[in-house]
Design a protein around this ligand. Structure first.
Ligand SMILES: Cc1cc2nc3c(=O)[nH]c(=O)nc-3n(C[C@H](O)[C@H](O)[C@H](O)COP(=O)(O)OP(=O)(O)OC[C@H]3O[C@@H](n4cnc5c(N)ncnc54)[C@H](O)[C@@H]3O)c2cc1C
Length: 414
């Protein structure tokens, strides 16, 4: 047999692909879903290389609501994903996030704080004195005018969440295929760009949708053709490569980010929240007496580069020591590099059907905050595919904004 038929094909089995497969199967056990994942070890998947932080501290209302939903899901996750009496252990720890602000950042931080409060989030505004009182080891608060503490923010075991979604989706009937999608199959030869038509109105987008062609399936490396009128691109940092096989130019780039695990001589007697300095440098305590730290930098290379550069650590250690001198003495234990699937348009998710190719859906461009968006995105993609009502309207992330070059703004990008 050289071809197989499915109702939905998902490209990539990371958090987005696996959550979407689960939600589709939960919505309708009769749907025939295939998840094509080229590496079931997930060695290079961003899901497995993340800092796994979940927070409501965003400036865009929808990003806050996505995380509020994630919190609810994570609280119940182990029960919800039980398969044959086996529950995943996700080690969900709500140790808080503390964002620190300088004078420049304060106005937008206050605005986001007010919005988060209005949405019912657990969030507190702390003065520098309060910060010192709660975390006396943060002795150097020069230039810090205040901070926001989200006591319910926290972290979890990403791999267990991924495996939880995958096992449950499989138990409900989704098929996971180890292979690589090498080409999208469409019913047309070339893609006409609509950028020139640019009025940007809803009517124009409607015209494009009606005039555009359709997806028919995918070719995979082993030679098989998988047929489907609905294909979802969940290929993470590789999303633009996949889209390019149908002539679609997605503004998503792989950008290397690095994490360092250090063992300080000073043993912190309480968990430290993920603490984010105005420079973007962040750290938190990890089990085993470790600290995890990192920072996104402008010079982080674009490309599929997973090398881990210890020299970077020297820069970060300086920032840590200056902020909290108790960490003067520490040992670098390990670290890793992973990829942000960076949306170069606006560092935010791109969710929905690509207007130029009917049936081709995108769940891409999550940059540095996609893991916590996995639950809401899986549910939303399912609502789009099954044409159900939306429990949370995420249309602000529609791919139409890519065609019309209309970025949305989020101040809480780390
Ligand atoms: C260092 C680092 C720290 C981060 N910290 C956080 C954080 O604290 N909080 C947070 O929410 N997010 C964080 N993120 C971001 C988060 O990890 C990602 O946004 C999220 O995991 C994206 O999930 P995904 O399923 O889209 O991509 P991935 O997990 O990368 O999965 C994509 C999958 O697609 C597969 N694939 C690609 N191309 C093909 C193909 N052609 N055929 C078949 N399979 C294919 C890949 O093998 C991969 O397994 C971080 C990321 C990094 C790198």
């Amino acid at each position: 047999m050289t071809s197989r038929n499915y109702d939905v094909i998902i490209i990539g089995g990371g958090i987005m692909g696996s959550s979407t497969a689960y939600h589709l199967m939960k919505a309708d056990k009769k749907i025939k879903v295939a998840v094509v994942e080229r590496d079931l070890s997930y060695e290079k998947a961003s899901t497995a290389l993340s800092m796994v932080n979940a927070r409501i501290q965003f400036s865009l209302k929808e990003n806050v609501q996505i995380s509020q939903y994630a919190f609810k899901v994570l609280e119940n996750f182990e029960e919800e994903m039980e398969v044959d009496g086996v529950k995943p252990a996700i080690f969900y720890r709500r140790e808080g996030n503390l964002f620190l602000y300088d004078e420049t950042a304060e106005p937008s931080a206050r605005k986001a704080f007010a919005m988060q409060k209005e949405l019912g989030c657990a969030i507190e505004w702390w003065s520098p004195e309060k910060i010192k009182e709660r975390y006396p080891i943060y002795t150097n608060l020069d230039g810090i005018v205040g901070g926001t503490f989200g006591p319910e923010d926290g972290h979890f075991d990403a791999y267990s969440v991924l495996m939880g979604y995958k096992a449950k989706a499989k138990s409900l009937g989704a098929e996971f295929i180890q292979d690589e999608v090498v080409e999208l199959i469409t019913d047309r030869g070339t893609i006409e760009s609509v950028k020139e038509k640019t009025a940007g109105t809803k009517e124009v987008v409607q015209d494009i949708k009606q005039a555009s062609s359709s997806i028919q399936g995918v070719k995979i490396a082993s030679g098989l053709t998988l047929n489907s009128s609905k294909v979802i691109n969940c290929a993470g940092a590789w999303a633009a490569r996949v889209a390019a096989t149908a002539g679609i130019k997605l503004p998503v780039e792989p950008v290397k980010r690095q994490v360092f695990a250090v063992e300080p001589e000073f043993k912190v007697p309480y968990p430290l929240p993920l603490t984010i300095l105005p420079s973007g440098f962040y750290f938190r305590t990890e089990t085993g007496g470790l600290l995890l730290l990192g920072k996104s930098m402008k010079e982080d290379p674009v490309g599929f580069d997973f090398s881990w550069n210890q020299e970077r650590f020297e820069l970060l250690w300086g920032e840590l020591y200056e902020f909290a001198p108790v960490f003067e003495s520490l040992k670098l234990v390990k670290g890793w590099a992973g990829l942000y699937a960076m949306s170069t348009l606006d560092a935010n998710a791109i969710l929905g059907e690509w207007p130029e190719l009917k049936g081709f859906y995108l769940a891409n461009g999550f940059s540095g905050h996609g893991l916590q968006q996995g639950p809401a995105v899986g549910r939303y993609m399912t609502e789009l595919i099954t044409k159900s009502d939306h429990q949370l309207d995420l249309s602000i992330f529609s791919p139409e904004r890519v065609l019309f070059n209309k970025p949305i703004f989020e101040d809480g990008i780390v």
